[in-house]
Design a protein around this ligand. Structure first.
Ligand code: F6P
Ligand code: MG
Length: 471
């Protein structure tokens, strides 16, 4: 169930795993400490406050263990069966230390450790240490959110007015591709990279001009294959046609995922969309069911969301700019659309603990049999983001010209699952490139050169949209 190609390690100085473990994890744990500390200050119950202080200490100890390259210790039994999976694998890895271990395993382990601290407490069981950060970043992506809301409303209104008229397939295809590209680039802005990006940078990544300019940065583009799959199912007259989205980040990325989902339903390219969130706070910004609810809440009352001053506004003596009537209307339109689909059962959330297991998706067929059967029913399973791509490909050191269909192993041809990855590159692994492309990118300024590091693939500037047909 595993690839024979070696996986990236935090002990390899040329891997982004090296930088991640030494520079990014300490920052991420510090953010968790700050957040918990702040919530301790807001506690009215003394008992909860005491327990919160202990959690702050536990997190600080965890940070110490990472920075001092201590051995990974077994995850304490918090009652969830995946503890055994994590601990068995830890043993199999030979009780490694933080800075010299398989990158993918260790990063999953980090978030699972944090989750165990909270889930074993009395008063903080369902506490999400990253929730504050997620909502704050979503609020700061306001310009892109408003631009897209406006366009989405126009588009859906037009589609309604054209109902019954013959459809121009070419135009439909272009629109599908654009929607997927919006959804793709929404992944460039995950919070775990924010340790090095400014909000200005994020906004530049999000507007429509930026998207057009970025098209040349999509190194593999199989979007037309995905479109054909959905169109064929529709033409075959299939009554029930499901598309799955294995979600990545909350906030702006979830927002663009819903834009894509809503569009697929409105255009009749799918009758149902199933969203797969995480079950524990994961890689900082990944979607939990509660993030989906928060997003819909924000849209349900957009003025309240955007016009209530935040703590920072108070500190800087600022008042948020009010929404125009048109802006508020577009956001309310989105809310009506999406909550309508949700109420009708066309847009649903389906959590599964498999998504927060440590291993790669090569294990899906035997580790999560029901989920696997489910995904086979889908016309297309869209895997969003960098981590999902790492898991699809086993986070292994493939030759970059390896076909995507080979690198995803048991989920490739013959699996019965139609897979599409929409991923902006934020790690070392990449497959499906034409010969010479990796070398060209390495030779570019900051691309890594002869250092042996694939630096061009670390910052979300380049992307891949790869499809594998399951038949
Ligand atoms: O920190 C490791 C990592 O997987 C990076 O490769 C990536 O930047 C981030 O976490 C998660 O990215 P995404 O939210 O796109 O999965
Ligand atoms: Mg993520």
């Amino acid at each position: 169930y595993e690839t024979k190609t070696p996986a990236y390690s935090t002990g390899d100085p040329t891997s982004f795993g090296w930088v991640t473990a030494r520079q990014r994890w300490p920052v991420i744990i510090t953010q968790a400490i700050d957040d918990t500390y702040r919530s301790v200050g807001d506690c009215d119950s003394a008992e909860k406050r005491e327990e919160g202080k202990k959690l702050v200490n536990d997190l600080a100890r965890l940070k110490y263990e990472v920075q001092h390259d201590r051995a990974l210790t077994p995850i304490p039994d918090d009652g969830y069966p995946d503890v055994a999976i994590y601990n068995k694998e830890l043993e199999a890895l030979g009780n490694p230390t933080w800075l010299n271990v398989q990158w993918l395993y260790c990063e999953c382990y980090l978030f699972r450790r944090i989750s165990a601290l909270f889930s074993m407490s009395q008063h903080w069981k369902n506490y999400d240490v990253f929730a504050r950060l997620k909502i704050k970043t979503f609020r700061s992506s306001r310009p892109a959110v408003l631009e897209l809301a406006h366009r989405y409303k126009d588009l859906v209104t037009q589609m309604r007015n054209n109902k019954g008229k013959p459809v121009d397939e070419e135009a439909e295809k272009i629109l599908f591709m654009e929607m997927c590209e919006i959804c793709l680039w929404g992944n460039a802005t995950d919070l775990s990279l924010l340790t090095s990006l400014t909000y200005d940078d994020i906004q530049k990544l999000q507007g429509s001009e930026a998207r057009k300019a970025a098209e040349k940065n999509i190194l593999v583009n199989d979007l037309t294959v995905a479109f054909e799959l959905l169109l064929k199912a529709k033409k075959d007259g299939k009554k029930y046609r499901q598309v799955d989205i294995v979600l990545d980040n909350a906030g702006f990325e979830l927002y663009v995922d819903l834009i894509l989902a809503g569009y697929l339903l409105s255009a009749g390219l799918a009758t149902n969309v199933v969203l797969h969130p995480k079950s524990i706070p994961w890689f900082v910004s990944d979607v939990l069911p509660s993030d989906f609810a928060s997003l819909l809440n924000a849209l349900a009352n957009p003025r309240h969301f955007y016009e209530t001053p935040t703590d920072e506004d108070h500190l800087q003596n600022k008042t948020p700019t009010p929404l125009s009537q048109d802006e508020a209307d577009s956001l309310s339109f989105l809310f009506e659309e999406w909550s309508g689909f949700h109420a009708e059962g066309q847009l649903t959330l389906r959590p599964n603990r498999f998504w927060t297991h440590p291993g790669s998706f090569w294990r899906l067929p035997h580790e999560a049999k029901n989920l696997f059967e489910d995904l086979k029913e889908s016309e297309l399973v869209i895997f969003k983001g960098d981590l999902n791509y790492r898991k699809l490909t086993g986070d292994a050191n493939w030759d970059p010209t390896t076909p995507f269909t080979a690198a995803i192993g048991p989920l490739g041809p013959g699996s019965g699952v139609n897979v599409m990855a929409l991923r902006t590159c934020k790690a070392d692994v990449v497959v499906g490139l034409k010969p010479g492309v990796d070398e060209e990118l390495k030779a570019m300024e900051g691309g890594g050169g002869d250092s042996g590091a694939r630096k061009w693939a670390w910052n979300g500037k380049w992307a891949v949209c790869s499809v594998s047909e399951g038949a």
